[in-house]
Design a protein. Sequence first.
Length: 301
Amino acid sequence: MIANCIVVGVDGSPGARSALLWAVDECRIRRRTLLIVHASEPDGAQLSAGHGGSKLTTLDQLGEQVLRDHAVAASARQPAVAVTTMLSRATAFDALTELSHNADLVVVGSRGHGALTSTILGSVSHSVAAQAHCPVAVVPRRLAFREDSARVVVGVAPTVAGRLALGFALEEARLRGATLVATLAMRDGQPEPGPVRSLDVRAHDSGAILLDELEATASSYPDVIIEPTLADSEPAVALLSAAYGAQLVVVGGHHSDDRWSSRIGPVPSEIAHRSPCPIVVVGQRRLAPGRVTTDLARVTV
């Protein structure tokens, strides 16, 4: 199985093309191989099979064409990046989750379609983000950031997932030569126990948390310019506001022990739906590389 790669799921939709182009750019930045995956799920075969033809054969042919088209587009975008393709007969969720064992990053679009191919995007992105063993990037169909933008935004939280997200964001900022906007929201949407604290008190307490979290991780990245930011709002509002004009938003996400759960937490879920730029969800669990058990039909290079 291919290791040290970035995996992107495609289904032939415009959203998949946006995810593909962002993923191959990320491969250039990280000096990684790109693995393009298409899941030709048999459940959609009745939509594409010809007169008496084999449903699986027809789906495979459609899938191979999708992969060829996307591989050509990726190589045209970044000729120096090695591109590999994989056709899977597993579900999109199973294929991407299994491949995440060995990947640096899994990339999906925020929205897909289910016409002649698989519905690999959309709701699948939440399920993969909740279950993957590596960070997951969700790329909107229309990217609303300038190519010359030099900002990466991260949501700071004093949790395991929050610290992993901060470490990922620092590395992204270093690789991109970008400023890291480290944002801590002073409201969490829950009523405060006891007397309501004044804005000054909340700012003092939140500022201490923010500085503590940055000092614990940022010392390993002396070359990264960090812009600590306190926001008098709830986390999703603060991060969405900071996302405009940024290259990337990074946030810690929930990992469920329930294999069927697609819950990544209310903050990353809302941001994934509304962010104008790609969002990377970094979970608090990353297992050791393991054997892929889904039906990954074949790999082409």
